[in-house]
Design a protein around this ligand. Structure first.
Ligand code: NAI
Ligand code: MG
Length: 502
C-alpha cells in the first residue's frame, strides 16, 4: 500500500490503529461491509489517503438496525437499573479520558484541527458529556397528575425510551458529535445505530472498541462507516427505526424528514446557521476583538454556530475590524499535528472548494477583503486563510448563506434603535446562535430576548457545556441537544390512569 502516508508525528499506537483493517461494530462484533467494499480516508493536511474503512450499504444498515431492534425488544439495556446504566456510561467516560492523547491525534489527523485544541476541547467535552448523561439516568422521572374533572383516579406519567434510534453525524467535531448523540440516547435506555461522517470515521471506530470494553451489551450501540446516500439514506428510511437524530446541512435535514415519513419515526435535526455577533460601542473592545475573532475562526469556522456575521457599531467599527483582521493575518496555518499549528486545513477538498468559492463570490459581488482571501499560499492540503470581508450588502450570498469556513462579513450599524439591529440580526433563515458584546446589562438582555436563536452568548461565543441545551430556531433545526432538554428527544411519555373505584 504505497500510497499510505501517516503524519510522522503521530504515536506508534495511533499509527497502528489508523492502518489496521477497520471493521464496523454490529451486534457486538467487528465486521467488514457485507459487500466487502471499503472507501478511502484522507489526511486533509496533504490530501493523501491514510487508510480505508468499510463502506456500509443497505444490507449492513439492515443488520445493524435489526441488532438494535433485538437489543431493545429483548436485551438487558432498557431493563437494567438506571444506576447500572449510569455506571457503564461513567466507565466509558473514564476509558475515553485515559486515551485522551490518542483521540486528540485521531481527530487532528482525520479532521485537520490542531492536536492541542482537540486535546483540551473535543476530548474533555466528550468525556464530560458521558459523565453528565450518566448522572441523568437516575433522574428521569414521571409526574403524578391530579385530575381536573374529578373522580377517583390515581394518574401518573412514565418516561420510557423511544426505542431504536438512528443517529447521523457530521465531521466538524467527529468524537464530540458522537457523544452528543450517543450519551443521552444511552442514558434513556435506547439502542442505537450511529453512522459516522465519511470524511472522519477514525475516532468513532476507536470509540466503538471502548464501547465494547466498557461493557455496553451487544447490539445496543452499532457503529457504521459509509456515505450519506449509501448508508445514511436507508438508515433514515428504515421502518424498524423509531427515531432519527441528525446533525448536518439544512439541505440533507430536509431529506431526512422525507425519509422519516414512511413510518413516521420521530425526528430531531441540528442544522446550519449564520450566527450574528453584535458589538456595541460600550463593549470591552479588546475582549470583543479577540472574542469575535475566535467566534468565527475557532475550528476553522466549521461550526454550525460560528459567528459569521459581525455587526459592529460605527463608532468602533474600524477598531474592531482592524483588530479582527490583524488576528486573522497572524494565525499560523499548519498541519494539525504540527506544534506550531494555530489553524489546520479544512476537512476536505469539497469543503475547501466550497469555502474558496464563497470568498470569490463575495469579491465578485463587491466585497472588500480586509484580511485573508481566496489564496492560502500553502502548497498542499485544504488550507484557507482566515478571511474578513467588508463592504458587503444584506443580499450577498456571503451574508445570507452558511459558508462553514473561516470567513466573516463585518457590517457597521449606527442605529440608536436597538430593535433595528435585532431585526437585522434576525434577517436570516437560520436561528442557531448569536453573541452580544456590551457592558450594558439592559442592552445585553434586551438583545438576548430579541434574537430568534437557540443560544445567545453575552461577552463570549462558542461556549459549550453538557448542561447547556443547544439547537435551532427556524431552519436551524428541531429539538435540543445536551442539557435536560435532550432527554425529550429520546423519551416517550406514557400516561397511566388507574380507577380507584373497585
Ligand atoms: P451533509 O449534511 O451532507 O452530511 C452530514 C451527514 O449526513 C454525514 O454523515 C453524511 O454522510 C450524511 N448524509 C448525507 N446525505 C445524506 C442522505 N441523503 N441521507 C442520510 N444521511 C446523509 O453535510 P456535508 O456535505 O458534509 O457539508 C455540507 C455543508 O453542510 C457544509 O458546508 C455546512 O454548511 C453544512 N454542515 C453543517 C453542520 C452542522 O454542524 N450543522 C455539519 C456539517 C456540515
Ligand atoms: Mg453532503
Amino acid at each position: 500500500m504505497a500510497t499510505l502516508s501517516i503524519d510522522p508525528r503521530v504515536s506508534v499506537r495511533t499509527a497502528d490503529f489508523v492502518t489496521t483493517d477497520h471493521r464496523m461494530l454490529i451486534d457486538g462484533r467487528f465486521v467488514a461491509a457485507a459487500s466487502g467494499k471499503r472507501f478511502p480516508v484522507y489526511n486533509p493536511a496533504n490530501g493523501e489517503v491514510i487508510t480505508q474503512v468499510p463502506e456500509a450499504e443497505a444490507e449492513d444498515v439492515n443488520r445493524a438496525v435489526m441488532a438494535a431492534r433485538r437489543a431493545f425488544d429483548e436485551g438487558p439495556w432498557p431493563r437494567m437499573t438506571p444506576s447500572e446504566r449510569g455506571r457503564i456510561l461513567w466507565k466509558l467516560a473514564d476509558l475515553i479520558e485515559q486515551h485522551t492523547d490518542e483521540f486528540a491525534e485521531l481527530e487532528s489527523l482525520d479532521n485537520g484541527k490542531p492536536f492541542s485544541v482537540a486535546r483540551v476541547g473535543d476530548v474533555p467535552l466528550t468525556v464530560d458529556m458521558f459523565r453528565y448523561m450518566g448522572g441523568w439516568t437516575t433522574k428521569i422521572t414521571g409526574k403524578t397528575l391530579p385530575m381536573g374533572m374529578g373522580g377517583e383516579y390515581h394518574s401518573y406519567t412514565l418516561r420510557e425510551p423511544v426505542g431504536v434510534v438512528a443517529q447521523i453525524i457530521p465531521w466538524n467535531f467527529p468524537l464530540l458529535m458522537a457523544a452528543w448523540k450517543l450519551a443521552p440516547a444511552l442514558a434513556c435506555g435506547c439502542t442505537i445505530v450511529l453512522k459516522l461522517a465519511e470524511q472522519t470515521p477514525l475516532s468513532g471506530l476507536r470509540l466503538a472498541q471502548l464501547i465494547v470494553e466498557a461493557g455496553i451489551p451487544e447490539g445496543v450501540v452499532n457503529i457504521l462507516t459509509g456515505y450519506g446516500e449509501g448508508a445514511g439514506a436507508p438508515l433514515a428510511a428504515h421502518d424498524q427505526v423509531d427515531k432519527v437524530a441528525f446533525t448536518g446541512s439544512t439541505e440533507v435535514g430536509k431529506l431526512i424528514l422525507q425519509a422519516a415519513a414512511g413510518n413516521l419515526k420521530k425526528v430531531t435535526l441540528e442544522l446550519g446557521g449564520k450566527s450574528p455577533a453584535i458589538v456595541f460601542p460600550d463593549a470591552n473592545i479588546d475582549l470583543a476583538v479577540s472574542g469575535t475573532a475566535s467566534a468565527i475562526f475557532f475550528n476553522h469556522g466549521q461550526c454550525c454556530c460560528a459567528g459569521s456575521r459581525l455587526y459592529v457599531h460605527e463608532k468602533v467599527f474600524d477598531r474592531v475590524v482592524e483588530g479582527v483582521s490583524s488576528i486573522a493575518s497572524e494565525i499560523k496555518l499548519a498541519p494539525g499535528l504540527d506544534p506550531a499549528c494555530q489553524m489546520g486545513p479544512l476537512v476536505s477538498d469539497e469543503q475547501y472548494r466550497r469555502v474558496v468559492g464563497y470568498i470569490e463570490s463575495g469579491i465578485a459581488e463587491g466585497a472588500r477583503v480586509a484580511a485573508g482571501g481566496p489564496v492560502s499560499g500553502v502548497e498542499r492540503g485544504y488550507f484557507v486563510r482566515p478571511t474578513v470581508l467588508t463592504n458587503t450588502n444584506p443580499r450577498m450570498k456571503v451574508v445570507q448563506e452558511e459558508i462553514f469556513g473561516p470567513v466573516v462579513c463585518a457590517v457597521p450599524f449606527g442605529d440608536k434603535d436597538v430593535d433595528a439591529i435585532i431585526r437585522r440580526a434576525n434577517d436570516t433563515i437560520y436561528g442557531l446562535a448569536a453573541s452580544v458584546w456590551t457592558q450594558n446589562l439592559t442592552m445585553a438582555h434586551k438583545v438576548a430576548r430579541g434574537i430568534r436563536a437557540g443560544t445567545v452568548w453575552i461577552n463570549c461565543h462558542n461556549v459549550f457545556d453538557a448542561a447547556l441545551p443547544f439547537g435551532g430556531y427556524k431552519q436551524s433545526g428541531w429539538g435540543r441537544e445536551k442539557g435536560e432538554e435532550v432527554l425529550n428527544n429520546y423519551l416517550e411519555t406514557k400516561a397511566v390512569c388507574l380507577s380507584l373505584q373497585s
